[in-house]
Unconditional design. Structure first.
Length: 536
RNA sequence: GGCGAUGUAGCUCAGCUGGUUAGAGCAUACGGCUCAUAUCCGUAGUGUCCGGGGUUCAAGUCCCUGCAUCGCCA
């Protein structure tokens, strides 16, 4: 099966934060997982660079829009490699081929009669880049930006979205998996019970020039959402590149809940108008709060991925984000929670298991995979749990239930730790007569570690690679050929390494909420210059 | 105001189509082991399963209602 997993293209009006990292880590994990499952996968992320807000942000920092978007887009691009995120394509909406594709699509939709010219007057909020209704206003202000909208009358081009409303309702109803989790599907369906309005897809150049000119009227540029969504097509070479036919059928978009409407409503109707099949699935995730407070610039609690990597390493961050959040729901981030997971799940449970197992193979078996003798019940029990784990893990990963998938793995890690205590290899090692038993126990342990490693590749690629190398596994990870019990070959070399996850000390003992800001700023102060551009 | 979701041990949460004495992890206390990253293993718990009413032989699990929190829409 072919897979085309995408993140949203991130709007370059802000720097990369925890939320961006979460989306992109999920996509990377899914991409790695599907590859290991033997599928043909393409993974795309990128940046969204047109619109009012970008033009204004550029003006504020005394840059041309071009300079500004180049700078911020580069920050996004450079955020991913340290998190072990490896997209196949990083797209920018200012790329020449994207601009051409958007223009050709606009022309196509126009030719089909789905775009018309009309006058519209209303209250326009620059922050939202849209017209607001009277009822939305709070004390005459935009509820989000707390500024008064401007009354504007202008002529614009509209996309006949309403024409496809009935079709869209039918498609969502007939395809229960189209929008996931179900709560968001219900939300979209309930929104669609009301008549859909047509979508204004242009902005007059008198008001905004930082956009893609309409091919049929150069006094207008394209509305930023109409431009942005098309990235999913441009990135695989629509209309006639070979990758388009190869991947579009497998398109699965991943988004945060704030951009549900453009993806669940605008986008499928645009595709329908173009005569294309809709994407296969839309996966919607929730928000990360920080210490139970909404993350925002004004509160000053924005979490930067780079700081977390510095704190405990990329793999630990990836594990935490996937393990801690039930996909689809909101969750709360805190340094304490991150460190707790790192210490208890990674250092104590997994890291220590690897360490003690490999040390015993080194001490008792001369760093070689021992031959397995006759299996006893406790061996069979662990082996069955480990092979069962891979199957259950795959099932959960396929439906984006990352927290459940990882829980299955950690059940087996706990079981392996118990298995060691129950079989006490250090006692067996004292008695030459129990040589075969010792070998069998350690072989069973190594095999269990091998299967655990297989499941960890998508989530913690660097750690899994270290484990794989330590175990002497040579071939690249692959579920079909490596999920069976007993693949390790006796006498092969085992190479113990440094601890995978050194334990971390908690930064401060249970900081009171009021202390957070002071603490964060003092942390920043402790690392002078790290955010200053161009300073050594 | 309309629609929907959620409310389970100190904390974070599991509990599918109703069925034995309500579970896991973390945190806490005590005990054990020594291969291991002061790690691991065992034992001990505590819960009006938000309140109230109802259906049923049987409800955390279904229905009604109230409260609280959140989301979408208006």
């Amino acid at each position: 099966m072919n897979f085309y997993i995408t993140t949203p293209i991130f709007y370059v009006n802000a720097q990369p934060h925890l939320g961006h990292a979460y989306s992109t880590i999920i996509a990377d994990t899914v991409s790695r997982f599907q590859k290991i499952a033997g599928n043909d996968v393409r993974f795309q992320t990128g940046t969204d660079e047109h619109g009012d807000k970008i033009a204004e942000a550029a003006a504020r920092s005394n840059e041309t829009p071009r300079e500004y978007v180049d700078r911020i887009s580069r920050m996004f691009r450079e955020t991913w490699p340290p998190l072990h995120i490896e997209p196949d394509n990083f797209i920018r909406t200012t790329d020449a081929n994207h601009i051409n594709t958007v223009r050709s699509i606009l022309q196509k939709v126009h030719d089909r009669g789905d775009i018309y010219f009309s006058e519209y007057s209303g209250l326009y909020c620059k922050g939202c880049e849209r017209f607001l209704t009277e009822k939305e206003l709070i004390n005459g202000n935009c509820p989000d930006h707390l500024t008064p909208p401007e009354p504007i009358t202008e002529q614009n081009y509209f996309f006949r979205m309403s024409k496809y409303q009935e079709w869209l309702i039918g498609h969502i109803e007939q395809n229960p998996e189209f929008i996931q989790p179900e709560r968001y599907r219900n939300e979209v369906l309930s929104f669609l019970k009301e008549p859909l309005e047509d979508l204004c897809i242009s902005r007059p150049t008198s008001r905004l020039t930082w956009g893609i000119p309409l091919p049929f009227d150069d006094k207008f540029v394209t509305y930023v959402w109409f431009d942005a969504l098309i990235n999913y097509l441009t990135g695989i070479g629509y209309p006639d590149g070979p990758d388009f036919a190869r991947y579009w059928q497998g398109a699965e978009h991943l988004i945060a809940k704030d951009i549900l409407k453009p993806h669940a409503i605008y986008w499928p109707t645009m595709l329908k108008s173009l005569g294309l099949e809709p994407y296969r699935k839309l996966h919607v995730h929730g928000y990360w709060n920080v210490n139970d407070t909404k993350m925002s610039k004004s509160i000053g609690n924005v979490v930067r991925p780079a700081d977390l990597i510095e704190e405990c390493g990329a793999d630990s961050v990836r594990y935490f984000l996937l393990r801690e959040m039930s996909f689809g729901l909101d969750s709360s981030f805190s340094d304490d929670a991150l460190i707790n997971r790192h210490n208890s799940d990674l250092a104590n449970d997994l890291g220590n298991l690897v360490s003690r197992s490999l040390t015993m193979v080194k001490n008792f078996c001369d760093c070689k995979v021992p031959p397995a003798g006759a299996m006893r019940d406790s061996d069979r029990e662990l082996a069955a749990a480990a092979t069962g784990m891979v199957a259950e893990y795959r099932k959960q990963m396929e439906v984006f239930a990352f927290h459940r998938a990882l829980r299955e793995v950690w059940k087996v890690i706990a079981m392996a730790n118990r298995y060691i205590v129950n079989n006490a290899p250090w006692e067996l090692a004292k008695e030459p007569a129990s040589r075969e038993r010792l070998d069998t126990v350690l072989y069973t342990l190594l095999e269990t570690l091998r299967l655990i490693t297989l499941t960890l590749h998508p989530v913690m690629p660097a750690t899994a690679t270290k484990m794989k190398d330590a175990l002497g596994v040579e071939s690249p990870p692959d579920f079909d050929s490596q999920a069976q019990w007993g693949r390790l070959v006796p006498a092969a070399a085992v190479t113990p390494g440094a601890p995978l996850f050194p334990r971390l000390k908690k930064a401060t003992p249970a900081p009171a909420p009021a202390d957070n800001r002071a603490r964060q700023s003092s942390q920043k102060a402790a690392r002078p210059g790290r955010t200053e551009r161009g300073k050594p």
